[in-house]
Design a binder for this molecule. Structure first.
Ligand code: SF4
Length: 84
């Protein structure tokens, strides 16, 4: 498993999902590599050559979350990643 740290401008992303206004995903990548993965298309944005399921980029942001931005909003938090 290749684990790296990447800089991001914000932990929060505006969502187009019908069930949420914002998404927080602290990682890019996943250690599981499921054959049915709905997120493996993300690999093309990462610059990784490794197969999906063999790398994780941990996002680091110097800007703290702004709770006021999320007040009353539906936020979907991705937390399925388990780093080995
Ligand atoms: S994100 Fe990870 S756990 Fe979820 S489907 Fe894809 S490979 Fe599997």
């Amino acid at each position: 498993m290749k684990i790296s740290t990447i800089e991001t401008k914000s932990y929060i992303t505006k969502s187009n999902l019908p069930a949420s206004d914002y998404v927080i995903n602290p990682y890019v990548g996943c250690p599981h590599g499921c054959k049915y993965c709905y997120a493996c298309f993300m690999k093309r944005f990462t610059g990784h050559d490794e197969p999906w399921g063999t790398f994780i980029d941990v996002k680091k942001c110097d800007k703290p979350l702004n709770p006021k931005q999320l007040t009353g909003k539906r936020v979907f938090v991705f937390c399925t990643t388990q780093i080995y």
